[in-house]
Design a binder for this molecule. Structure first.
Ligand code: CA
Ligand code: CA
Length: 193
């Protein structure tokens, strides 16, 4: 028997992805074909994912950030990204709604996945974000954001919590939605010259 169809996208996953993303069936099949070509094993490993990030950020150290992003996309926590997780991530980052993006940001910051964000977790992500900023751009940062610790303090300040408090998802999303600066500080955006 021929096995040409053995790597076809299953109907079940296809239906689920059509429901959860804005991609059409044709687009999903095209993505799947590309995914199979680039990733014959059908699973993206953390190392492969880090390499993708390194290509995007050749001037900086993207590894730590890539590891956090990987964790946030690996929803079934099996240590790899399958096609479904990959497409959901792709959809969310390219065309997801603001609220969906902020839910994802929450999962990025919730490093231990316990449903709360602590200040230590904010510091952890700020360290990773900081490594994405090219060294030559770091002197251009505002004085109160020019170290990972300062960035984390400033960001945490917008949530109006004490250092030992923790944030639930709603509080995180509200804090970020209400403060333009908090919105800016939760991710890396290149500094305009
Ligand atoms: Ca997975
Ligand atoms: Ca947590």
């Amino acid at each position: 028997m021929g096995n040409a169809k053995s790597s076809a996208l299953s109907k079940e996953i296809l239906e689920e992805l059509k429901l959860n993303t804005k991609f059409t069936e044709e687009e999903l099949c095209q993505w799947y074909e590309n995914f199979q070509t680039q990733c014959p094993s059908g699973r993206i490993t953390p190392e492969e994912f880090e390499k993708i990030y390194e290509r995007f950020f050749p001037e900086s150290e993207a590894k730590a950030y890539a590891q956090h992003v990987f964790r946030s996309f690996d929803t079934n926590e099996d240590g790899t990204l399958d096609f479904k997780e990959y497409i959901i991530a792709l959809h969310m980052t390219s065309s997801g709604t603001m609220s969906r993006k902020l839910e994802w940001a929450f999962s990025l910051f919730d490093v231990d996945k316990n449903g709360y964000i602590t200040k230590a977790e904010v510091e952890n992500i700020c360290q990773a974000i900081f490594k994405l900023i090219p060294t030559e751009d770091q002197p251009k940062l505002p004085e109160d954001e020019n170290t990972p610790e300062k960035r984390a303090n400033k960001l945490w300040g917008y949530f109006e919590k004490s250092d030992n408090d923790r944030l639930v998802e709603g509080e995180f999303i509200k804090g970020v939605t209400d403060n333009e600066n908090a919105m800016r500080l939760i991710h890396y955006s290149p500094i305009n010259a």
